[in-house]
Write a protein that binds this ligand. Sequence first.
Ligand SMILES: Nc1ncnc2c1ncn2[C@@H]1O[C@H](COP(=O)(O)OP(=O)(O)OP(=O)(O)O)[C@@H](O)[C@H]1O
Length: 242
Amino acid sequence: MTILQANQLTVRFGGLVAVDKVSFAVQPKEIIGLIGPNGAGKTTLFSMLVGLHRPTSGHVLFDGQHVSGKRPHVIARQGMTKTFQNTALFPEMSLLDNVTTAGLLRHPVREARALALDCLDRVGLRNIADVDVDSLTFPQRALGEVARALATQPRILLLDEVMAALTPLEMDTVIATLRELRDRDGLTLIVVEHHMRAIMRLSERLLVLNFGKLIADGTPAEVSVNPDVVAAYLGGEHARHN
Ligand SMILES: Nc1ncnc2c1ncn2[C@@H]1O[C@H](COP(=O)(O)OP(=O)(O)OP(=O)(O)O)[C@@H](O)[C@H]1O
């Protein structure tokens, strides 16, 4: 059964169509990469899925229910959460306190704390639960961000560039953890990431946006030879060099 369905989603900011009639369906336990050049509409699409933006037109079905127009905490309680583009953990709080705050979405403090410890365990950070976020390494912050999102107990997790600051080796650790969350816990993942190596390793399917439009939907092997995708990325390179 389809867990998430986007139908003809469109977002306009004044005269700019940031997301343009985008439709796709997601099956449970898929790992999907959402890619596209800068400004293609990836973050706007994510924000719309989790209720931070209302679509100008089109709609989103989560578990067969309409969620477009619902508030983010309502959609999060239904089971879909997004991380934020720049690691946004509270720096002067411990990792455990950060993750506990997300657990408060569904639970009182004591249960939220126990849940937070479990989420930290699932990403391999339980042994540093009491460390302040200030003192964490970049990969620990990335996994802390994942743990905080897990504390809302999602069935679909949208990850917005959590690996941005990582080396290839560090990315491999995060990728292994994300795969485990899918394999062991049945989580469905949609991932925005600029590092092609990471996205190709992690994703089983890629959605490609360009100027707000969905220009490809297929396996990484299919998408990497799709002429529209190649042209979109070469166009981006061209723009950057000129
Ligand atoms: N709140 C807003 N108001 C007006 N325009 C916006 C707003 N948010 C995004 N945009 C514009 O919408 C387009 C899509 O932006 P978006 O951030 O979704 O792209 P992106 O693919 O996530 O880009 P990047 O890879 O650089 O993060 C861009 O042209 C951007 O300038």
